[in-house]
Design a protein around this ligand. Structure first.
Ligand SMILES: [Zn+2]
Length: 132
């Protein structure tokens, strides 16, 4: 599997959330691309929100992007850190809500860095892109 290949277990159409989560745990960021309008989704859906098409092909998403918006969660659910930052990351073809591990600001470059787990659900984590 090269850097832009989809794992065999996720190939094709109809990406299930469990498969998306499995890939995330494997360090692979998957999305879907609509065969009808080329809209790209960062999390699994059964219908294209842009054209209502149902032919959503699993694709591998870019692993770097920039912070589109961010906020810090001060009042957190039980079992999570007291304070953490989340960001909408602009990956180019799509945007994705993710946890960010470093203090980041809008426009900062970030890279995919695995996942955070809450209850049984993993979510993507990004870190500030190393400089220099
Ligand atoms: Zn579409």
């Amino acid at each position: 599997m090269t850097a832009d290949e989809v794992p065999a277990y996720a190939e094709g159409t109809g990406l299930a959330h469990a498969t998306w989560a499995r890939a995330l745990r494997d360090g692979v960021l998957l999305g879907q691309e609509c065969s009808d309008c080329e809209h790209v989704l960062g999390t699994p859906k059964s219908v294209c929100p842009a054209c209502s098409g149902r032919s959503l092909v699993t694709v591998r998403l870019p692993t770097s992007g920039e912070v589109f918006s961010e906020t810090t969660i001060e009042v957190t659910p039980e079992g999570l850190d007291d304070r953490y930052q989340v960001a909408v990351v602009d990956l180019g073809p799509t945007r994705l809500l993710a946890r960010v591990a470093d203090e980041v600001e809008i426009g900062d470059p970030v890279v995919f860095d695995g996942f955070v787990q809450y209850e049984d659900l993993p979510g993507p984590r990004f870190v500030a892109e190393p400089t220099g």
